[in-house]
Every structure is written in structure tokens, then in C-alpha cells.
Design a binder for this molecule. Structure first.
Ligand code: NAI
Length: 568
């Protein structure tokens, strides 16, 4: 007997329509000036709205004008959030029409400012505050959520918000912004998303000293108390929303991996900082390899930096190599990771277990040049091997110097170079330098945004590895397929589907990653790959490709008004 699949789409019942001001105060149902004469009469709105009835298109024009009148990005963010809390369909249509301009405003980088200013710009409730003093009643808090049916929760504890660290309860801005993108791109219905902050205190003195801080005014809970609290939360989600996808966001490095490892086989869950980041980078790399018409087997991969992001990307490449049939030994021989103490090799006794996997055997590097303190540096590695891929996740701005890049480019036709560190000042190289130093041959993707480069009469776009390429699509894939887990292979399938949609495959000087304007289509393709893999992994019921495509289309919500008047 096949297991019954979770029919999330069919559960969406038409809402009861309130009347008068209650209707205008319900952001998911409010149409503002777009209510028709008939609706105004039927729902007691006559006199409450100006007489002219607008279309959604006209409203978008007016809203965009108001948006443009704002003085800075934070004001623009606050304007959009207020619109979201007034009329969600207009909010999403506006975003959709201006997706490239507004994605950085609703989400990173502007959302970081919004988290810092959270207590000062707070207006209306959105999402859940699960604070430590209420640890005995988490189930009750969860049941108070606005809509019992939730497809995706994004949860943070606010400790490592983007590049600005601990923001305590203000971290809620991140799940709110991120879920807007789940809806905008993945098409997850807005009422079926739930942002949550686990307020376990803050060690940010500025917040603690701020009389207007709205969070729990207490230093962070740590150790076993912290993990017990996380466990209570997870058990409450399992009990009350067992089919919901739970995405962990912006937890401190020390907590992120243990939490993921503890719960990944227990419920439908993933960590975007760890898994999403790796999948996007992998998508860009696999796309670049296809452009060079080589395979993973042909690669020598140098990763500068061996911290959590670097290990995540290496693990993704490692898994992809395994799928291509390489043996463990063949895989390992292709990785060259360096941290602040130089190349990882088996003669070192300061490596973590995750790093040791990538240590080169000492005999392979005997006789290599070393600095006076015995370290093997980046220039030494690139001088000795024919590196095909160079990735930067070190936070060392400018580390990919002209000498280093030219040495790499001297030996191969199309070097693949990804300086992924953020923010821009920490990027290992700029897009423009990489293009010039390689005479326009490098295939580049960066962590920070860089303008297109004019070179040799061409405009070469620089792809930005942004997690938005993966997480909304992952959400769409698991919701549409009714998947019960997010497996490693599903992440890999997402990366492969992203690479298959690389514009550079059609034009080798085009971007390695698709433009944001194409992301809803690409998200549906990635979702199909994720859903298909979920079936192969036995975590979703088996369906044919046509049925899956149908479910993905039906799940991907589009912002448009529907009539509230009964059909004749
Ligand atoms: P981390 O602190 O865990 O790792 C940093 C690594 O760089 C460590 O291994 C450290 O030893 C190494 N390092 C530092 N100085 C070095 C030096 N002089 N030479 C060689 N290695 C050196 O940090 P994490 O979380 O891994 O992040 C690293 C960078 O990657 C950050 O800038 C972060 O913003 C960026 N990142 C970018 C993403 C993207 O998609 N663009 C996603 C995730 C992280």
C-alpha cells in the first residue's frame, strides 16, 4: 500500500469574509481601493473607501510612487512591511513587478538594519515570540498562531543575524523577510508561513541598555538549558504541526550544526545557512564545470578558508563526486583546503573531525615550499597543482591577489573562481579584477554583489551566490510533494537543477546563475527535482512526473485578487 501523501494544497479552504473595517483590517483579504462596487455594497464598505475603483495594476503604480518617495533603504523596508500588514496581495504584486530592486530591501542586506531597529519600528504583530520564560507553555503559544495550517516555519534565536551578530528578539525581522521570499519566489501561500523567534535573551549590551528594547531583557541562556529549550520547541512543533517544514536560520555556528544533526532525521527540517549556502555554491560550480565541458573527475579544488561555510561547500562537492562514481580516495585527492594555519594535511594535529576528512596525506606534499613557520600557503598550493576551481570562504579581503590569480589562469583555459566571503570588503577579490587578470576567461560567482564588468567589448555579468536560489524552491518542492524529510540527496538535486538552469550554458560569457526575474520558473524546476529525489529517497509518496508538475503549479501561489461575490 503506498503511503497516503499529505494533501496540503487541498486543505486551503476559502476564508470567511468579514465585513466593514474588519475586512479592511485583514491584510490577506483587504483589496483597498480595488474593492468593486458590488463588493463594497455586499461587505459594508460603502463610504469607507474613496469612490474611484482601482485595478491591482493601478494600485501597484501608486504604491511604487510612494515607495520611491522614501529617503533611504530602511524607510523603504518599513514602507513595504507596512504594506504587507495592510494588503498582502498588493505587497507581493509590487515585489514581483520590481523583484530585482526590492529583494535587497525586504531581505538582505536591508533587513539587517530592520533587525537592529526592530524595537523602534515595531508596529503590528507578525509571527510568534517564543520566549524562554514561557518555556512551559510552548504548545499554547504555538496554538495561538494566526492560521493552524502552516507549510513553512522559519525560526531564529537571533544570535548571528547576517553580519551584525546578536540582535535578540529583533532577529524576528529575518524570518519575516525570508518567508516573504518563500512566498514571492516559491509561491508558498502567505497565510501558511510562520516566522518565529526563540527569545533566549541577548548578550548585545546596546539592546539590553535600550529602554525601548521589546525582547526578554536577560543575558542569553546557554549550555544544557539552551538545548532543553530548543528541544521543547521542536517537540511542540512535532506535536502540533508535524507536517510543517522547519527551517533554522542565523543560529550561532556553535549551535547550528548540533541542532541540525540532532533533528534532521526526526522531522521535516533543514538549516539554510549550512545546507542552502552549500547548495547555491554547488549549483554555480556545477554550472561552471558544464560550461568548461569537463566533469567533477577532472577538477582540482582549492578552498581558501576551512570554517563552517567552507566545510559545507566541500561536503556538497564530495557528495556530488560520490554520485558520479568516484572512490573515497579519488574524491579526497581532489580537495585542497587551507585555513589560517595553511594547508590542511595529515601532519597537523589541530584539525577538527570535519576538517580531517579533507587533509592531504603528508607524503603528497613532501618537499613543498613552506613559510618559516612551516605552513603551506595559497600561493604554494597554486604553484604546485593545476587548480581548476578556487573558492574563497576565509573573510580575508583581497586574498586572491593578481599573482595568485594569474598563476592559476596560466595553467588552464577557464579558471572557475568564487570569492564568496561577505560583506564586500571581505571578498577575496572583486569581479572586475578577476575578469581582467584572467583576460576575460574566468568563470566567476561572488558572495557579495558586483556590477557587470566591461571587458573586450562585452558586458560580463558577475553571478551572486544568494541563498534565495534554493530555499524558496526547497519549500515549494517539499510542500508540493508532501515530503517528510529533507535528505542530503534532495539538497544535491536542488543544486544540480540550479546548475541546469545556468544562463552560461547557452552563452559562456553570461551569468553562472539565473536572473532574479526568472526565479519563479527556476524555483518550479528545482522543486520538481527536489520532489522527485524525495520519492527516490522514500520520504514522499510515489507520483508520476505529470502529477508532480501539476502539484507544483497548484502550490505556487500568485498574487492576484479574486472576487468575493458569489458566482451567479
Ligand atoms: P568561519 O569563521 O567559520 O571560517 C573562516 C575560515 O577562514 C576559518 O577556517 C579560518 O581559519 C579561515 N581564515 C581566516 N583567516 C585566514 C587566512 N588569513 N588565511 C587562510 N584562512 C583564513 O566563517 P564562515 O561561517 O565559514 O564564513 C566565512 C565567510 O564566508 C564569511 O565571510 C561569510 O560571510 C561567507 N559566507 C558566504 C556565503 C555565500 O553564499 N556567499 C555563505 C556563507 C558564508
Amino acid at each position: 500500500m503506498p503511503e497516503p501523501i499529505v494533501q496540503r494544497v487541498a486543505e486551503t479552504v476559502p476564508p470567511r469574509i468579514p465585513r466593514g473595517m474588519d475586512l479592511l483590517d485583514t491584510p490577506l483579504l483587504n483589496k483597498g481601493t480595488a474593492f468593486t462596487e458590488e463588493e463594497r455594497t455586499l461587505f459594508g464598505l460603502l463610504g469607507l473607501l474613496p469612490p474611484h475603483v482601482e485595478t491591482l495594476d493601478e494600485q501597484v503604480v501608486r504604491a511604487y510612487e510612494a515607495y520611491q518617495r522614501k529617503d533611504d533603504d530602511l524607510e523603504r523596508h518599513i514602507y513595504l512591511r507596512a504594506l504587507q500588514d495592510t494588503n498582502e496581495i498588493l505587497f507581493y504584486r509590487l515585489l514581483l513587478d520590481h523583484i530585482e530592486e526590492m529583494t535587497p530591501i525586504v531581505y538582505t542586506p536591508t533587513v539587517a538594519l530592520a533587525c537592529q531597529q526592530f524595537s523602534h519600528s515595531y508596529r503590528r504583530p507578525r509571527g510568534l515570540f517564543v520566549s524562554y520564560p514561557r518555556r512551559d507553555s510552548i504548545n499554547t503559544l504555538l496554538r495561538n498562531r494566526p492560521n493552524p495550517n502552516v507549510d513553512v516555519i522559519v525560526v531564529t534565536d537571533g544570535e548571528r543575524i547576517l553580519g551584525i551578530g546578536d540582535q535578540g528578539a529583533g532577529g524576528l525581522g529575518i524570518p519575516i523577510g525570508k518567508l516573504s521570499l518563500y512566498t514571492l519566489i516559491g509561491g508558498i501561500r502567505p497565510e501558511r508561513t510562520l516566522p518565529i523567534v526563540l527569545d533566549v535573551g541577548t548578550n548585545n549590551q546596546e539592546r539590553l541598555n535600550d529602554p525601548e528594547y521589546l525582547g526578554w531583557r536577560h543575558e542569553r541562556i546557554t549550555g544544557q538549558d539552551y538545548y532543553d529549550f530548543i528541544d521543547r520547541f521542536v517537540q511542540a512543533v512535532k506535536q502540533d504541526a508535524p507536517e510543517t517544514c522547519l527551517q533554522w536560520e542565523d543560529f550561532a555556528n556553535a549551535h547550528a550544526r548540533p541542532i541540525l544533526e540532532r533533528y534532521r532525521d526526526e522531522l521535516l527540517t533543514f538549516n539554510d545557512d549550512i545546507q542552502g549556502t552549500a547548495a547555491v555554491a554547488l549549483g554555480a560550480i556545477l554550472g561552471a564545470i558544464k560550461v568548461t565541458q569537463k566533469t567533477l573527475r577532472d577538477q582540482q579544488i582549492v578552498i581558501f578558508g576551512a570554517g563552517s561555510a567552507a566545510i559545507g561547500v566541500a561536503d556538497g562537492l564530495h557528495a556530488a563526486m560520490k554520485e558520479e562514481g568516484l572512490t573515497e580516495q579519488e574524491e579526497r585527492s581532489r580537495f585542497w583546503l587551507l585555513n589560517s594555519k595553511g594547508l590542511l594535511h595529515s601532519g597537523r594535529n589541530d584539525l577538527s573531525p570535519e576538517q580531517s576528512v579533507y587533509a592531504q596525506p603528508e607524503n603528497r606534499i613532501s618537499g613543498w615550499p613552506r613559510t618559516s613557520n612551516g605552513r603551506i600557503g595559497l600561493a604554494d598550493v597554486l604553484g604546485k597543482i593545476d587548480a581548476t576551481i578556487l573558492i574563497g570562504l576565509s573573510t580575508v579581503g583581497g586574498a586572491f591577489s593578481e599573482t595568485i590569480v594569474r598563476e592559476m589562469a596560466r595553467k588552464i583555459d577557464r579558471p572557475v573562481i568564487l570569492p564568496l566571503s561577505n560583506p564586500t570588503a571581505k571578498s577575496e577579490a572583486t569581479g572586475e579584477d578577476l575578469i581582467r587578470w584572467t583576460d576575460g576567461r574566468a568563470l566567476v560567482a561572488t558572495g557579495s554583489p558586483f556590477a557587470p564588468v566591461n571587458y573586450g567589448g562585452r558586458q560580463i555579468p558577475i553571478a551572486q551566490c544568494n541563498n534565495v536560489y534554493i530555499f524558496p524552491a526547497m519549500g515549494l518542492g517539499v510542500v508540493a510533494s508532501g515530503a517528510r524529510r529533507v535528505t542530503h540527496s534532495m539538497m544535491l538535486a536542488a543544486a544540480r537543477a540550479l546548475s541546469a538552469n545556468s544562463p552560461a550554458l547557452k552563452d559562456s560569457s553570461a551569468s553562472l546563475l539565473p536572473p532574479l526575474t526568472d526565479l519563479r520558473r527556476v524555483a518550479a524546476e528545482i522543486a520538481l527535482a527536489v520532489a522527485t529525489q524525495a520519492q527516490k529517497d522514500g520520504v514522499a509518496a510515489k507520483l508520476g512526473e505529470d502529477e508532480l508538475r501539476h502539484r507544483i503549479t497548484a502550490t505556487q501561489w500568485t498574487p492576484a485578487y479574486s472576487s468575493y461575490c458569489a458566482e451567479p
